[in-house]
Ligand binder design. Structure first.
Ligand code: ZN
Length: 203
């Protein structure tokens, strides 16, 4: 199983990090070892002083596909979720400045939080999903998938040109504005369409 992540998919988040608006989706991979086991606390790693949360809508791939045409993309997923792409922002900044790959800042152990899954038929449209992240019971990020630069079906089509998608692969579809730091004893919870779908304690 692999995790394919999309960067810079919401304009408000591009602006807050002062990044350029990309011509094509920004894509990176997290290894399967990045998955934070359910109910496990997140331990702040030693190599970073600035771990950020990024809440993101997730899509679970249900069969093998490559070079998937956008109009057939809906056939390749039937579950939607919500998660966190934990990022070592200080390390990512150093790597970016040197033009080096981001993996150490993005793919480390526990960096992928994956919440509960829902059949996509539970929702009117995957392109109109409200989601938010609360830190210590305060809303710190909120978004709606209609503000994505590339919608879910376009992302599936795009990434499948480079990576064969397999059953069980997960796509992290990018984060809206409001990313920020976590410190020990913070408590995060993710909400998808008014339902709490994950909680994480920071240690
Ligand atoms: Zn992200």
């Amino acid at each position: 199983m692999k995790i394919i992540c999309i960067g810079r998919n919401y304009v408000d988040h591009i602006e807050e990090l002062e990044n350029e608006r990309p011509k094509d989706p920004v894509v990176f991979i997290k290894p399967d070892s990045a998955v934070l086991p359910r109910e496990q606390d997140f331990y702040l790693p030693d190599f970073s002083q600035n771990i950020h949360y990024e809440v993101e809508v997730l899509v679970k791939i249900n069969k093998v596909g490559k070079h998937i045409d956008r109009k057939f993309a809906p056939n390749y997923y039937d579950e939607i979720g919500l998660g966190i792409d934990f990022t070592a922002r200080d390390l990512q900044q150093q790597l970016k400045e040197k033009g080096l790959p981001w993996e150490k800042a993005k793919g480390f152990d526990g960096s992928a939080v994956i919440g509960k899954w829902f059949p996509k038929s539970d929702f009117k449209s995957v392109d109109d999903l409200n989601f938010s992240l609360l830190k210590n019971s305060e809303v710190v990020q909120s978004g709606n998938t209609r503000f994505m630069l590339w919608k879910i079906d376009e992302l599936i089509s795009y990434v499948s040109q480079f990576f064969m998608l397999k059953k069980g692969d997960i796509i992290f579809t990018g984060t809206p504005a409001g990313v920020g730091r976590v410190i020990a004893n913070d408590y995060l919870s993710g909400v998808l369409e008014n339902e709490e779908v994950f909680t994480v304690k920071i240690k």
